[in-house]
Design a protein around this ligand. Structure first.
Ligand code: NAD
Length: 242
């Protein structure tokens, strides 16, 4: 039996499966990952530019650099990997999609029960009155030179993305609960190095990992596929249908 059929068998037998996705699931949509071969992570600058400290202490730099990383995600389209997860949910073989991504592509692919453990790049809010705004409203103010962007109440607006230095959101608690309920986790495109999300696979008995590069969990996974995600997920869907 090849790895795709092995993964298909586990998914068919599993009583409760969750997916955990990372930046690698979106590279086939033209969004660079952080730590993959063409990743944009340089170990330091990116983390600083996307930090809550930069946003509050040096908003000029935050809006000219970190915020632009979020804006570059706009207008991207879901790929076969995202679509395969939506299909697995439709077939009743997958419950929650836990994503570290902030690119909205699981929703655009039609997935339900998406837990965005690093927030999103669709919306923002006022840090004083809590008013919700769209990311486009924040961008329009930034483009007009209003840095930091302000709410009508005089408070400062910010993105709903979880920045470095922010606490984890409610979705992370829900992700832990989902992982505790699950007996299988299918992990797509994550180096599994960013904590605390990288601790979630420890809560699950059976692991299927699809990632071009090795991860720290490969040794204990039931199936490891070091190939492209779109290709691999299509092979798994074919194997399920046989
Ligand atoms: P990561 O960059 O650390 O790891 C991505 C992994 O995916 C790498 O090991 C790489 O080899 C693999 N990969 C890349 N393309 C692949 C493909 N087509 N098929 C199979 N494997 C592929 O990603 P991470 O673990 O998610 O951690 C990065 C952090 O940065 C996360 O917190 C995430 O929130 C954030 N981030 C998000 C986006 C996004 O929203 N799309 C993009 C970059 C970074």
């Amino acid at each position: 039996m090849d790895v795709f059929h092995e993964a298909a068998e586990i998914l068919k037998k599993s009583k409760y499966t969750v997916a955990l996705t990372g930046a690698g699931v979106s590279t086939e949509s033209g969004i660079p990952d952080f730590r993959g071969e063409d990743g944009i992570y340089d170990g330091y600058t990116q983390e600083e530019d996307l930090s809550v400290q930069m946003m509050t202490r040096n908003p000029e730099r935050f809006y000219s650099r970190g915020f632009q990383v979020l804006m570059n995600l706009q207008g991207k389209k879901p790929n076969d990997g995202h679509k395969a997860l939506a299909k697995l949910q439709e077939m009743g073989l997958l419950h929650e999609v836990i994503t570290q991504n902030i690119d909205n592509l699981d929703f655009l692919a039609g997935s339900k029960d998406v837990l965005e453990v690093h927030g999103n790049s669709r919306s923002g809010h006022c840090m004083s009155c809590g008013k919700k705004v769209t990311i486009q409203e924040i961008q329009a103010k930034v483009d007009a030179g209003e840095i930091p962007p302000k709410c009508e109440c005089g408070g400062t607006l910010r993105t709903d993305t979880v920045l470095f230095g922010d606490p984890m959101p409610e979705d992370f608690v829900r992700a832990m609960e989902a992982a505790e309920r699950a007996d299988t986790m299918i992990i797509l495109g994550s180096s599994l190095r960013v904590m605390p999300v990288a601790s979630l696979p420890r809560l699950v008995e059976h692991l299927i990992i699809i990632n071009k590069e090795p991860t720290p969990y490969d040794q204990i996974a039931d199936v490891v596929i070091h190939k492209g995600i779109g290709y691999s997920m299509n092979k798994i869907l074919e194997a399920i249908d046989e």
